[in-house]
Each structure stands twice: as C-alpha cells, then as structure tokens.
Design a protein around this ligand. Sequence first.
Ligand code: FE
Ligand code: FE
Ligand code: ZN
Length: 282
Amino acid sequence: MFYIGSHISASKGYAAMGRQAVKLGANTFAFFTRNPRGGAAKAIDEEDVRKFLALAEEHAFGKLVAHAPYTLNACAAKEEVRRFARETMADDLRRMEYTPGNYYNFHPGSHVGQGSEAGIARTAEILNEVLTPEQTTTVLLETMSGKGSEIGRNFTELKQILDQVECSGKMGVCLDTCHVWDAGYDIVSDLDGVLEEFDRIIGLERLKAIHMNDSMNPLESHKDRHEKIGQGQIGLAAMERVINHPKLQGLPIILETPNDDEGWAKEIALLKSLHKAEAQRA
Ligand code: FE
Ligand code: FE
Ligand code: ZN
C-alpha cells in the first residue's frame, strides 16, 4: 500500500482530522499533539476518537505520524526545559494510547553548547523516563539537518541515542528528505548508498516513516528550509525514486511542504500518480 498525507490542524479533534485527510486524498496524516509552541493539550473526547477510528478503518489509513511540539528540547542544559520535555512526552504518550499503534515523532534536540555526546545522553535519559513496556506507540527520532547544535544530524548520532534507550523495541526513526539532504546525505545522486549507510549504521527495520519535503538549499547546507515538492534543490525525479524505492514501500509519507490545503491535495495527487503500484491500482 501507498500511504501519503500532510500535516493537519488538530484544533477540531480527531474525526475532523480524519475527514480533512480524506478530503485531501490522503490515507495517513501528521498532527501536532498540542500547540506546536507547547502548552496544555485539549482533553480527549472518547466519542470523537471512536468516530475517527471507524473512519480510519473505513478508508484503510496507514499509521499516523504525530509530531511533538518543536519547542521541546529533551537535551537542554536547563532542567526546567528538560522537565517540560519529560512532562509533555509522558502526557502525549498517554494520549496516543487512545489511538493505539501509531507513531510519535520528535526532534532529538539541541545540545546548546554541551556537546553532542552530552546531548545524546540527556535525550536518551528522558526517553528512559517516559517510555513504558506497555505502550503501543512507537516513538520516532527525526533525522535532523544539523542546524545550530542539533543532535541527530547523522545516522551515527541517532544510533547512539537508540543504543542508550532501554525500551528499544518502542523506538524507530523518521527520515526527513529535506533534513538528510541538508545534513549532507545525497539522496539525489545516491539514494541506494544513503539507504545502505542507514542500514549499516541503524538498520532499515528501524525506519518507520518519511517526511517528504524538498529543500530550498544545496546538499550539506545545514539550513532546514522546506520547499514544495519538485521546486527545490532535491527535485521531483529524486522524490519519485524515493517513493518507488523497494526498501521504502509501506512507510507513511508525510508532506511538510510550505502549502495550503489545495497545495497539499495537488502534491498528494502528484505523488500518487508517480507511485507505480498506486497509479496502476487507480
Ligand atoms: Fe519535524
Ligand atoms: Fe520533518
Ligand atoms: Zn524541517
């Protein structure tokens, strides 16, 4: 199956998100678990969740890829910033259990001068505090562009985090095409090589989702500025190879491109038409 979707506003609840996804032609989506800048999450309405689960089943949705607030920094030097990360993630993971078996993606963090080794250890420490053997959610580390003091800027740093997490079976990785390109992984001329490197260092079985974004900037620019599909430095031909790569089949693909709903619907239709099996099915 080909699972594709975009970010959807969570403000009207789960069933509204599901309906909006269907309207865009999507069969998965991403949403912020709370205001992306942080703050309290809305109370869960179980009836709303029930409606959503029925809709998701009816439309054969793939796994959702929830996104933690991007202000969350699990490896900050300040204890109060780490406390926010700890409490937010623990609360989000409790909430995720209302929609069991999905993905919760987060940015591993910025070490802000402590050095990446210390940052990696701190992020792993928070994960060890919030993950439980009972949870059905898989937590995904997002591949980062290496902007500022971000950790997770290469596969080795992600592997180092994974190695320090006790509930290792609850962890995976989300590959962001803009971020890995900006980090210096040439998915345009050597996608096979990049995936081989991912497999050698992390293991491809850990790769659970893709954020599909073009990039405004050249390879290894460490900028993290997303562009619309096919309008950046990565280009449409490379995106077509990504979605059709045999090792990437069945993963939910999430668009985080600078678009409105109409733009996302167009990109979803475009990528569906470029996915060989999906185009044949349609
Ligand atoms: Fe992200
Ligand atoms: Fe992303
Ligand atoms: Zn980004």
